[in-house]
Design a protein around this ligand. Structure first.
Ligand SMILES: C[S@@+](CC[C@H](N)C(=O)[O-])C[C@H]1O[C@@H](n2cnc3c(N)ncnc32)[C@H](O)[C@@H]1O
Length: 496
């Protein structure tokens, strides 16, 4: 282990000093007659009082005098963890477990120490071992449930947290966590029930009540009207929604994302009746109703992304696990081609800019949304940023490019014939066309309830035939939607 233990001789030498400094240790030594027990009790007492330094020294002393005793290692591991020495703590707990692997609390501690690491397998195994040692340990089930929630394994999380509740776990945190997990699984009635339990135990928590309200709103609106949903919200949250637009907009996306299309249409129609001119609502409702469309209307794209620009990076990358620019850039870079003139279509906030830009390369970004372009400009990676509809921009260009790059942009364009035609005209021979798409297995392209288009890869290949050769095609997870991965592909074409 990394922490150095004192030798038994060193402990014996320092004991008189400790006795003088800690009269209670003196009394314990009198009572127990042997130092190991006294040091252990004194160490635990000091830990309880928050004196972590002396507590560590005494518990280390006890271990040094009797290293075969597992509980001494556990105590030392515990105080080291409390003092923030994770590696040393883990090593002590492992020493305890190697002497006695039947202690659930030690496995629990080991899991807790490892639970914040990116690789959660050690923590998971430790919590499972804890449960094997003590199948009724609510702490072990809760810890496992929280670990699964953090790693987005919601079905497993829900199972653990339900078990914990069934075994008598009472805390509002467990009910809240179960509620959020069920919500993430799209089980709104279950989420409403669990949020209700949490609110019953913790009534003076406005954000919790709002979540309860949203779950009740969604549960109600599955079968009833907007007004019924709002009444349910009000009763649960203890008042009308603070932000009606946010509640209803989020709920519309959630219903459509989880496949409750009828309820989403009903809510969408009620919202459109209240705000007939809203281009976002109009388009998403049209998408839900499967109205035939070639691409998303400019007004929708501009309004939607202008609103979204501020939180786009955080939302896409951190919440929705979106890494399109990195993945597509890696594919392009693998070709090792000279790319003097590059075009980033639908560049958005410019996540691809810093990856593509290099000395001697000219990078142009095109996007419809001025707010997204402002964010891209702040990255200082683009030589030119143009506010324009992308196909219209291509149509006006005469000078060529070596790379046309489109990450998560074709999801807003259904019919790709014009884009492929212009790309063939503008790319120099050997030039690259790099695309990410959401995939569908039938037809050519399909407008999804999310308002995004999915394409069949073979459709794009067919369009490019004669002008483009497919260099690479790789399946990829585009991002999460309703907490589930969205299937997609990276495609890299070469102008022949
Ligand atoms: C999901 S974002 C992707 C942004 C960026 N490529 C990335 O990977 O982070 C899609 C972007 O495409 C833009 N967009 C959608 N349709 C467009 C169109 N027809 N012309 C220009 N930009 C468009 C949107 O404004 C938005 O910024």
């Amino acid at each position: 282990m990394d922490m150095e233990l004192p030798s038994p001789e060193q402990v014996a030498a320092i004991l008189p000093k400790w006795r003088a400094e800690h009269p209670r240790l003196d009394a314990m030594l009198e009572r127990y007659g042997e130092p190991v027990k006294a040091l252990r009790h004194m160490g635990l007492l000091l830990w309880q009082q928050g004196d972590l330094g002396p507590a560590t020294q005494m518990l280390a002393g006890a271990v040094s005098l009797s290293p075969a005793e597992a509980p001494l290692w556990s105590g030392l591991g515990g105080v080291l963890f409390a003092a923030g020495h994770r590696a040393e703590a883990a090593s002590c707990i492992k020493s305890a477990l190697s002497r006695d692997p039947t202690q659930a609390t030690d496995w629990l501690m080991l899991g807790t120490i490892h639970s914040t690491e990116p690789d959660t397998s050690v923590a998971e195994e430790a919590f499972l071992n804890a449960l094997q040692c003590d199948p009724n340990s609510p702490d072990a089930v809760i810890s496992l449930g929280l670990l699964y929630t953090r790693t987005k394994r919601y079905a497993e999380a829900a199972r653990c947290l339900k078990d914990a509740v069934a075994a008598g776990a009472e805390s509002p945190a467990v009910h809240t966590c179960l509620a959020q997990t069920l919500f993430n699984l799209g089980d709104f009635p279950g989420a409403a029930r669990s949020f209700g339990e949490a609110v019953r135990r913790q009534p003076d928590d406005p954000p919790l009540r709002q979540k309860f309200g949203q779950a009740r709103f969604l549960e109600t609106i599955l079968d009833c009207t907007l007004e019924d949903g709002l009444a349910a919200y009000q009763e649960a949250a203890g008042g009308a929604p603070e932000d009606f637009d946010k509640l209803t907009r989020d709920s519309f996306h959630i219903l459509s994302g989880y496949g409750h299309l009828e309820a989403a249409i009903r809510l969408g129609e009620a919202l459109q009746a209240r705000k007939p001119g809203d281009p976002i609502q109009a388009y998403l409702l049209a998408a839900l109703k499967q109205k035939p469309m070639d691409r998303a209307p400019d007004e929708y794209v501009t309004t939607y992304f202008d609103k979204f620009a501020e939180t786009f990076d955080q939302q896409l990358v951190e919440v929705l696990d979106y890494h399109g620019p990195e993945k597509l850039h890696a594919l392009v870079a693998s070709q090792g081609r000279p790319l003097a003139r590059m075009l980033d279509l639908g560049c958005g906030t410019g996540l691809a800019g810093p990856l593509l830009k290099a000395p001697g390369r000219v990078l142009t970004g095109v996007d419809l949304s001025p707010r997204m372009l402002e964010k891209a400009a702040a990255r200082q990676a683009y030589d030119h940023l143009i506010a324009s509809e992308a196909i219209a921009y291509l149509a006006q260009q005469e000078h060529g490019f070596d790379l046309i790059f489109a990450a998560d942009f074709l999801v807003y364009v259904g019919d790709l014939a014009p884009l492929l035609r212009h790309a063939a005209r503008l790319l120099a021979p050997g030039g690259l066309l790099a695309l990410t798409i959401e995939t569908t297995t039938d037809g050519t392209y399909r407008l999804l309830p999310s308002g995004r288009f999915a394409h069949r890869p073979a459709y794009i290949e067919d369009l490019g035939r004669g002008s483009f050769g497919l260099l690479r095609q790789e399946p990829t997870m585009i991002r999460l939607e309703a907490n589930r991965p969205v299937d997609g592909a990276l495609m890299l074409f070469e102008r022949v």
